[in-house]
Design a protein around this ligand. Structure first.
Ligand SMILES: Nc1ncnc2c1ncn2[C@@H]1O[C@H](COP(=O)(O)OP(=O)(O)OP(=O)(O)O)[C@@H](O)[C@H]1O
Length: 712
């Protein structure tokens, strides 16, 4: 943040000029209000109707719609200086369309292609709003920017630091995976702008004493369609319920939601729907060259290897659908040494590792294997040359975001999509969504097979690579089975034996699924099926997958955006949970934990100690207050019913565990008894001895080594 000018007089002058500037800005905002009648700058009156307002009408523009440079915008000098310093002089389409509206305080649904500068389109209004309101660090949280992934939140925070360079606000990055949550709790109340992931924000709302968002001015949802989808539903609802209704809300994404229900949840007020590239002939960046290659499943690894070998001087981002696949391909290829640095990124990595990989990737030619955790928003300094999708994305939106990691802003980029013959319908969907993609056949002559090399690797590393390969195989099948679009993703059409052989596996893992579609012919290990695990816990909270990161739900789970939603699995579609039996038991045990419901606020006493819910009730209710006492009884009753329900559900497992525990206890007691008897016999034998210390009879005992006078 900027240092104050040295002289007192200069400081005073500066303050006065700023006050004047704010007055001008505020009067401009006033003049932009719809009820300002004959003012030529005013927008037409907004119809009062549904929560989504003028969603489908043509966007309206103020007089600033024609401006192209940031300098012409009615924004503070501090922001202009910061933008100039960061070399941002001219606005992109989405910035030109949305900034005049956003600066007026309107709610916005902004849609524009990937890499078109949506971040600045919401960061500038956030900073400007607080500047105009003369927000101070003591005023608390004024703006919240929510991003679906930690890396994206960190990237947005960097942009905020640039734009807010000369302002005096305090801002904080609140993301999961950081150990310093206690430090965060101490500081969060002094922050004006929060850039966060949904899970961490809710954690602070629930657990941080006196965390207060009641003065919130602007709420931003970056990648809004992702944050509004089922995976984050509970968390987002809990967050929204704790925010004031009177606020400005900005939603941005390359694939914007128009769902009325979604928007109603956010209580938007007559939002402007600004989709700047809706009429464009293509939905993806103009400088992006897109290709699809038809590759049978069992040739995908060979094809990927051959591709990497042919592009040793490029930065290649490779998408695979599950964490285990990412790990397997990364570990196996690393051992095969292709001649280019390899990295991997997935949700189960430690936070430092994730951030390190993310920031190192663009430094030199390298290959980054990733799950969909890297598919949205990440800029990689415009350095990605190729995006390779080894596994077909689950829908068109996912495709757009993945390929959008290259060809950002004005830079060029190329993408390749590997499609199995059974997935060719995807091409029609892409075509219908205005995505120009050229489909070519693979040139098998240039293919460099690696299956035999992989086989020998699996023999050489049976403890690591072999297990990983099996898991990769299984989680891939599971991901295919979980996809909703059964027209494209049909697990029964997959050549399982050939696929398993291509990974170097000695035999195809035998799989049993609930609909019995995935039976492989060769007998191998049998992976039993369990019910899908629906959620995982972090600090007692249900965290949406991307926040803990995708796949934190279940160790074996697919690291895929949509598959791991808490509520995303259709009822009746039983999904095989291919976990070995022993692990299944461990997971079942976890289910016994009684969850703290999402968004349950912890209450603190005067010294900031958490108070248990019953203690709180007992403290606030007087015996003379029969109605409240009834309420209390009701609440207690409900709580006990819930616990009973939970216990009932876990009864069979409990019985087995109990049985095992009893057996173990009995065995230990028996051993103890026999040892005591043995000791007594010895005591009897030795009771005649006159020495205080006696030579040990058990010469083999390590402690005494049979020495005289040493107690055994
Ligand atoms: N006005 C501008 N002038 C020059 N460069 C810009 C401008 N606005 C944004 N950029 C650059 O364009 C790149 C993409 O911007 P940004 O990450 O905001 O895109 P996006 O639309 O949010 O993409 P995605 O949909 O993938 O999240 C960034 O490197 C950013 O620095």
């Amino acid at each position: 943040m900027r240092k104050p000018p040295k002289s007192k007089k200069a400081r005073k002058q500066k303050r006065e000029s700023e006050v004047e500037e704010i007055k001008v800005l505020n009067s401009w905002i006033e003049s932009q209000k719809p009820d300002c009648g004959s003012n030529p700058m005013s927008l037409p009156p907004l119809p009062t109707k549904s929560p989504i307002g003028r969603l489908d009408s043509t966007p309206t523009f103020s007089r600033y719609a024609g401006t192209t440079s940031f300098h012409q915008l009615p924004i503070s000098k501090r922001t202009k200086d910061a933008l100039r310093r960061a070399n941002f002089t001219h606005m992109t389409d989405i910035q030109r369309a949305s900034l005049p509206h956003a600066l007026c305080g309107r709610d916005i649904l902004g849609a524009a292609k990937t890499g078109s500068g949506k971040t600045l389109a919401f960061v500038i209004p956030v900073v400007e709003k607080l500047h105009r309101e003369r927000w101070n660090p003591e005023d608390g949280v004024g703006s919240i920017i929510i991003s679906p992934t930690r890396e994206l939140a960190a990237q947005t925070f960097d942009v905020l630091k640039w734009v807010g360079k000369y302002h005096n606000f305090s801002a904080g990055l609140l993301i999961g995976g950081r150990k310093d949550v206690q430090v965060e709790k101490e500081r969060v109340n002094g922050l004006n702008i929060l850039v966060c992931t949904p899970g961490r924000l809710l954690q602070h709302m629930d657990e941080t004493p006196n965390f207060d968002c009641s003065q919130l001015q602007v709420l931003v949802l970056d990648e809004a369609d992702r944050i509004l989808d089922v995976g984050f539903k509970k968390t987002l609802n809990a967050i929204i319920s704790q925010l004031p209704k009177r606020r400005q809300t900005l939603l941005f994404s390359a694939t914007q939601t128009k769902s009325v229900q979604d928007l109603a949840r956010l209580s938007l007020k007559d939002p402007e729907y600004l989709s700047v590239h809706e009429k464009s002939t293509r939905a993806t960046p103009n400088h992006l060259q897109q290709t699809a290659v038809i590759v049978p499943l069992d040739q995908k690894i060979d094809m990927l290897w051959s591709f990497i070998k042919a592009h040793l001087n490029s930065r290649i981002l490779v998408f695979l659908s599950t964490r285990k696949q990412v790990k397997f391909v990364f570990e196996a290829f690393k051992k095969l040494r292709p001649g280019i640095p390899l990295k991997c990124l997935h949700g189960k990595m430690k936070q430092e590792g994730r951030m390190g990989t993310y920031s190192q990737f663009h430094e030199k030619p390298s290959v980054l294997f990733s799950t969909d955790v890297a598919s949205r928003g990440l800029d990689f300094n415009k350095a990605v040359d190729w995006v390779v999708q080894v596994d077909c994305p689950e829908d068109v939106a996912s495709y757009i975001h993945r390929v959008g990691r290259t060809a950002r802003y004005h830079s060029e980029g190329r993408s390749v999509l590997f499609l199995m013959p059974s997935e060719q319908k995807m091409l029609e969907k892409l075509d219908a969504a205005r995505i120009p993609i050229q489909c070519i056949k693979a040139n098998n002559k240039r293919l460099q097979p690696v299956s035999s090399l992989l086989s020998s690797l699996l023999v050489k590393y049976p403890d690591t690579l072999l297990g990983l390969a099996k898991r990769a195989f299984i989680t891939y099948l599971k991901s295919i089975q979980n996809h909703k679009d059964k027209e494209i993703f049909d697990v029964s059409k997959l050549p399982l034996n050939e696929f398993s052989a291509s990974m170097g596996l000695p035999m195809t893992p035998r799989i049993r699924s609930s609909n019995q579609k995935m039976k492989s012919k060769t007998a191998g290990e049998l992976y039993p099926i369990g019910e899908p695990e629906s959620s995982d816990m972090e600090n007692g909270l249900e965290i949406p997958k991307e926040e803990l990161d995708i796949g934190d739900l279940n160790d074996e789970e697919v690291d895929n955006d949509v598959l791991l939603t808490n509520e995303g699995t259709e009822e009746g579609t039983k999904i095989g949970d291919y976990v070995p039996a022993t692990r299944l038991m461990e997971k079942r045990k976890l289910k016994l934990t009684i969850k703290k419901p999402v968004g349950t606020r912890t209450v603190f006493d005067d010294s900031c100690n958490p108070i248990s819910p019953f203690a709180k009730m007992a403290g606030t209710i007087h015996a003379s207050d029969p109605i409240l006492l009834d309420e209390l009884k009701d609440k207690k009753q409900k709580y006990y019913d819930k616990v009973r329900e939970e216990l009932k559900r876990s009864e069979p497992e409990d019985k087995i565990l109990d049985h095992q525990r009893c057996n173990e206890k009995r065995r230990k007691e028996k051993m103890k008894r026999s040892r005591v008897n043995e000791g007594e016999e010895e005591q009897d034998d030795l009771s005649d001895s006159k020495d205080e210390y006696r030579p040990c009879k058990r010469v083999k005992n390590e402690k005494c080594k049979g020495k005289e006078g040493v107690r055994c």
